[in-house]
Ligand binder design. Structure first.
Ligand code: GRF
Length: 191
């Protein structure tokens, strides 16, 4: 059984998809904890499923490295096999990434390497792109640059707003993250 810690910053709809999937005893992974950098709204999903949560706010630290060290020890307390960044909106410094990669994965609302960064959906619309999508990748020290694990395309509809497009991308992300976690769990159990 793969044990997973999920880190979020926002509404946590991807987290919820993972919690619902893992609620099925046949799913090969369990969510053992959920962490955040802010008191995120999405932590309520973890509460509903009886999963422990932690918040480590960077404002309480002098440096990003000091913050990341404490975030890391909170994560490692749960001894996860995999850490999923599910809408975690802060760049993690090398001390955190190097301690966990390649067992640290991220989801991103674009067809990487196109439109990395915090405004991927807005940037795709501003560039006049006709298609975009979602990507799951291993986290390395860059911003949205690590090896890709899964990707799915989506046509951009004429006149679509950023919020509408992001919601359609998130529907794909939710499916992709559940499939990817399942695939990683299956792979590890066969090794
Ligand atoms: C997702 O689109 C993710 O790719 C991006 O933030 C969004 C998180 O959505 N980084 P949610 O909090 O899971 O609803």
């Amino acid at each position: 059984m793969l044990s997973v810690v999920v880190l979020i910053s926002g509404s946590g709809s991807n987290l919820r998809a993972l919690l619902e999937a893992a609620d099925n005893p046949l799913f090969p992974a369990r969510i053992v904890a959920v962490g955040s950098d802010v008191p995120a709204e999405g932590l309520a999903h973890a509460d509903q499923f009886g999963v422990p949560t932690f918040v480590v706010n960077p404002k309480a630290f002098d440096t990003r490295e000091a913050w990341a060290e404490v975030l890391l020890s909170n994560v490692q307390h749960f001894e996860p096999d995999l850490v999923v960044l599910a809408g975690f909106m802060r760049i993690l410094p090398a001390n955190f990434v190097n301690a966990l990669t390649p067992n640290l994965i991220n989801m991103h609302p674009s067809l990487l390497p196109e439109f990395p960064g915090a405004h991927a959906v807005r940037d795709a619309l501003a560039a006049g792109a006709t298609k975009t999508g979602a990507t799951i990748h291993v986290v390395d020290e860059g911003v949205d640059t690590g090896p890709q694990l899964a990707q799915r395309e989506l046509e951009i509809l004429p006149g679509e707003t950023e919020a509408e497009l992001h919601e359609r991308i998130k529907q794909i992300e939710r499916e992709l993250i559940v499939q990817t976690v399942r695939a990683i769990a299956d792979l590890k159990s066969n090794n």
